[in-house]
Ligand binder design. Structure first.
Ligand code: GLU
Length: 287
């Protein structure tokens, strides 16, 4: 019998938070707003804030975007207080240098029978699920291999590895801002990728590995990741770890109501700096 996936209310002390940009483009106002909330919550709790660059995707991430993100956040006045020491300043933690940790967890999940190798690509899943636009396609359950598939694989390389979600199980958690959140495994989300066939650890695995390893007590991030939190709770349970607390921030929208995204270059902090706005003026735009 599985333990329920409702985490007990957490009383983590001391407070440890993180800023976790993905360097696939310049940061925009939405990132700034989320990071400010993360910084404020750490300061209010007299806690520690760290910086982690989530640069696992070698095709989409670029070091120039990491450099720009750090520079833009410093220019906005944000600071973090932990990380490798580089001449008196704190360097960020960098996920691309932490592959060994992610691989160990892949092994644990494989040994525990929680994950399986899968020939089907994301595109196959999209086509099969025929999901209405904007909805996330569910991995078809009939594509699942037998329970012991992959148990003897020495390496994740060459296939997508998916987490077998407990169908119909309710995953709920308390969000610090939004209150109780509830998702149903196998309905709201299906078997999700933990390791990609191009041999890159997937976001859900890496973020859980690092938040746990870095003893993060509260995760502050955008509301677009609420469903990911439900997936991640399944990983925490599979690994036997206590999850952090959660705080999801509102998403900023442009004048036409569209969610800000990295592709909207005009709203990047870079661009606003180039137009000679001051940090105060940029902050004012996030209100
Ligand atoms: N790196 C992710 C992003 O930039 C955020 C992940 C997280 O906060 O868990 O969207």
């Amino acid at each position: 019998m599985l333990k329920p996936v409702t985490p007990k209310p957490t009383t983590h002390t001391p407070y440890r938070g993180r800023l976790a940009p993905t360097p696939t483009g310049f940061l925009h106002l939405g990132h700034a707003a989320t990071f400010r909330t993360a910084a404020e919550r750490a300061t209010t709790a007299k806690g520690t804030l760290l910086m982690r660059i989530e640069d696992l995707d070698p095709l989409r991430c670029k070091s120039e975007f990491s450099t720009a993100a750090l520079e833009d956040l410093r220019w906005l006045g944000l600071r973090w207080d932990e990380g490798p020491d580089v001449g008196g300043a704190f360097a960020p933690y960098t996920q691309s240098q932490r592959r060994d940790l992610f691989l160990k967890l892949w092994e644990r999940l494989r040994d525990g029978g929680f994950i399986y190798p899968c020939k089907h690509s994301r595109r196959d899943v999209e086509l099969a699920a025929n999901a209405p636009h904007g909805d996330e396609p569910l991995f078809p359950k009939e594509w699942r291999p037998p329970p012991d598939a992959g148990r003897t694989s020495p390496t994740p390389r060459g296939e997508n590895w998916r987490f077998r979600v407990p169908d119909g199980e309710i995953v709920s958690f308390l969000d610090g801002r939004l209150g109780q959140q509830t998702f149903v495994a196998g309905v709201d989300f299906g078997d999700f990728i933990v390791w990609r066939r191009d041999d890159v650890p997937a976001y859900e695995l890496a973020v859980v590995a690092d938040d746990y390893a870095m003893r993060i007590s509260e995760v502050v991030r955008g509301e677009d990741l609420l469903k990911s939190t439900a997936r991640q709770l399944l990983l925490y349970r599979a690994l036997g770890w206590e999850p952090p607390a959660w705080w999801h921030t509102p998403l900023l929208r442009d004048a036409s109501g569209r969610r800000l995204a990295k592709r909207d270059g005009a709203m990047s902090i870079r661009e606003l700096r180039r137009r000679a706005l001051s940090p105060e003026e940029v902050w004012a735009l996030t209100q």
